[in-house]
Design a protein around this ligand. Structure first.
Ligand code: BEZ
Ligand code: FE
Length: 308
């Protein structure tokens, strides 16, 4: 009986067969994503002549990433951040009109549902969180008109380099809060001067950074999500222009337009706000929102869950 010999299976044949396996997918976007993913993954393996040992190691890293991820720790997002993918997707998603505040990474420490705080209120619930920082500015549209009622959802790390969500014993609402812009668009709150900190580096991402000679540090920053009806929501940071690591942020999130100067103030400065004792700093930061393209309300950010 004659046997048919299988066609020679070259690397190119395997890639073509794997891509073709999605040809019948009725969702054209899913088909495009899967075929392109297969082609790029295969091209990567071919380009570096991936060995079986290296491939097994990559599977072990993915397994460890799954093992360490839970509702308080999201190692997959950390991979995306540390490989620059989060910032790339951000750049592809946001084409802004001139003058609008630029976006940057959300990061894994955002916790929805921060308390609504008064104009000028401190978000430091625990004492000794750091040097008090008076942060103020206006929320404006691109023509310079105030956006009354815009919501600023703010969070940051303390002088101990940690976010409250990283410390099980911390007060839940420490160093986070939501603030509303007044009729003239003005807002203000008391934060603490942020300090640089390392991203969580005790898992697979940390081992990659160590093995490749990269550091885990982020420059000092305060996070904000700003929302208002009829405007695009912006997820952004204010970076301390005097911080270390501005030119080597391990998640590639620094944009020059987001740098601001913290002014050092003395305890007897006549502008010292109520609620601040001792040395303090101040920072002015206007936020400019782009008009919404979908004409929907400035809605909630897609909730990534409590991931830190
Ligand atoms: C953050 O800024 O909170 C952050 C961003 C990306 C990775 C880790 C932390
Ligand atoms: Fe951060």
């Amino acid at each position: 009986m004659a046997t048919t010999r299988p066609a020679k299976t070259t690397p190119a044949d395997i890639t073509a067969a794997a891509a073709a396996s999605f040809e019948a997918c009725s969702d054209s976007r899913l088909r495009e994503l899967m075929q392109s993913l297969v082609r790029h993954l295969h091209a990567f393996a071919v380009e570096v002549s991936l060995s079986e040992e290296e491939w097994r190691e990559m599977i072990a890293i993915l397994t460890a990433t799954g093992d360490i991820t839970d509702e308080r720790r999201q190692e997959f997002i950390l991979w995306s951040d540390a490989l620059g993918l989060s910032m790339l997707v951000d750049a592809l998603a946001h084409e802004l009109p001139a003058g609008a505040t630029e976006s940057t990474v959300l990061g894994p420490f955002y916790v929805p549902g921060s308390p609504l705080r008064e104009y000028g209120e401190s978000m430091a619930v625990e004492s000794g969180a750091g040097i008090p920082a008076w942060v103020c500015g206006r929320v404006l549209d691109v023509s310079g008109a105030p956006i009354a009622g815009a919501e600023l959802d703010v969070w940051q790390n303390g002088a101990d380099m940690l976010y409250a969500v990283q410390r099980p014993e911390a007060e839940e609402d420490h160093l986070r809060g939501r603030y509303l812009a007044r009729e003239d668009g003005s807002y203000a709150f008391i934060a603490v001067r942020p300090v640089p900190y390392p991203i969580p580096d005790d898992g697979p991402v940390g081992r990659m950074l160590e093995a490749t000679g990269r550091h885990p540090w982020r420059p000092a920053h305060i996070h904000m999500i700003v929302r208002a009806r009829g405007y695009e929501t912006v997820t952004t940071h204010v970076f301390d222009a005097a911080s270390d690591y501005l030119d080597s942020d391990t998640v590639f999130a620094v944009k020059p337009s987001l740098l601001r100067t913290f002014r050092e103030r003395s305890p007897d400065d006549p502008e010292r706000p109520a609620g601040i004792d001792g040395p303090w700093v101040s920072l002015e930061n206007d936020i400019v929102l782009a008009p919404s393209e979908t004409d929907e309300d400035g809605g909630a950010v897609v909730d990534p869950g409590r991931t830190a």
